[in-house]
Ligand binder design. Structure first.
Ligand SMILES: NC(=O)c1ccc[n+]([C@@H]2O[C@H](COP(=O)([O-])OP(=O)(O)OC[C@H]3O[C@@H](n4cnc5c(N)ncnc54)[C@H](OP(=O)(O)O)[C@@H]3O)[C@@H](O)[C@H]2O)c1
Length: 342
């Protein structure tokens, strides 16, 4: 589609630049140009998502970022084009905190006719104060899990129709290790702790990855993997800083922690590896850390929890889109979470 000889030369130089800062011991990602491949990345305007988008554009991927802020998206695309002058990059509006926006994004993707080879659910929020999405979901579960759950399922028929290998990659976190899915209080209305809610949402990312892989079945050309990117110097701590009253010491603590954190380009390494390395072609239903297979928590392998979460997520997201906005919150939070596992 777009890989030219000039691009290939550029690719080799620029990808080396993007990845050479990987920590020693990290697998070095293939630097060959990947012509005629397309990738969609949620939250590709900053942090790990931006570095992933930039590196894959360098490899020759056509890159689409899903982004909630048009100005930020334009700025990110301009920076990528500056880095890779021949990059083919664009953006689709996407606010994962509003399922109407999620549905609109999915429709645009399907209508575009672009047959994505790689789909990366990367966007995320962490440790927010108690907040709700447009449909009344707890914000971290809503953005990190339910938004991505609805988006992925909505575009899945398009990914399947291509009948070619497609890699779905979910950016989870080691924070899933302290996560629990509380089906009695999924929205954490009874008692809210920002980290518990983050852990729950990241465990949900992994349960979703494993369950989607099982539902696709053996022999599907679509693979689904998830990952922990490391502890990375990004804007993810923005809500911790915003909660000034409780965490007056947090800006100082964060500055100190940054000394030990990975740069965003290093944090993107596992996403890039899973998106483009021939080493993982066909690998599916796995969790990766540092470009290597890893074991996730015991809870993440619980099939009953995964099946129940899938069913509840489906009911919550479908009900939210079907119901008039004002009626949505009360209906979905009580009725669906008591549903038994499929
Ligand atoms: N950084 C780490 O140490 C670390 C560790 C483990 C896991 N992770 C995971 O890595 C992923 C990327 O995080 P990051 O560290 O790169 O953080 P980041 O710099 O804050 O980037 C997060 C991205 O998500 C987007 N986003 C947030 N809310 C959204 C919404 N409602 N709709 C659409 N997009 C939204 C942001 O867009 P805006 O710019 O518009 O806000 C941004 O593009 C997350 O899933 C995170 O949980 C990160």
């Amino acid at each position: 589609m777009m890989a030219t000889r000039g691009l290939r030369a550029n690719v080799r130089a620029s990808t080396r630049g993007a990845l050479s800062s990987c920590r020693p011991g990290r697998t070095i990602v293939s630097v060959q140009a990947t012509a005629d491949k397309s990738v969609f990345i949620t939250g590709g305007n900053t942090g790990i998502g931006y570095e992933t988008a930039k590196a894959l554009a360098s490899q020759g991927f056509r890159v689409t970022i899903g982004c909630r802020d048009a100005a930020k998206a334009d700025a990110a695309l301009a920076r990528i084009r500056e880095f890779v002058p021949s990059a083919v990059v664009d953006f689709v509006p996407l606010d994962l905190a509003d399922l109407t926006s999620v549905a609109d994004c999915a429709k645009r993707v399907l209508d575009s006719g672009v047959q994505y080879d790689v789909w990366i659910n990367n966007a995320g929020v962490m440790a927010c104060p108690k907040m709700s999405t447009a449909q009344g979901f707890e914000y971290q579960l809503g953005v990190n899990h339910l938004g991505h759950f609805a988006l992925t399922n909505a575009v899945l028929p398009g990914l399947q129709a291509a009948n070619k290998p497609v890699r779905i990659i979910n950016v989870a976190s080691a924070a899933h290790l302290f996560g629990k899915i509380d089906f009695d209080d999924l929205m954490r209305d009874r008692s809210y702790d920002a980290w518990t809610a983050y852990g729950q949402s990241k465990l949900a990312n992994i349960l979703f990855s494993y369950e989607l892989n099982r539902r696709l079945g053996a022999g599907s050309p679509i693979t689904v993997n998830c990952l922990h990117p490391g502890v990375v110097k990004t804007e993810l701590g923005r809500y911790m800083q915003a909660d000034g009253e409780k965490t007056w010491y947090m800006p100082l603590a964060l500055e100190a922690m940054k000394l030990f954190m990975l740069e965003p380009a290093q944090g993107a390494a596992t996403s890039i590896y899973l998106a483009s390395s021939p080493e993982v072609a066909g690998d599916t239903g796995k969790y990766y850390v540092d470009c290597r297979r890893a074991t996730s928590s015991n809870d993440s392998y619980n099939r009953e929890t995964a099946g129940r979460l899938w069913q509840v997520s489906q009911e919550l997201t479908e009900a939210a889109l079907a119901a008039p906005a004002a009626a949505t919150t009360a209906t979905v939070t009580t009725a669906a979470v008591t549903t038994e596992a499929a």
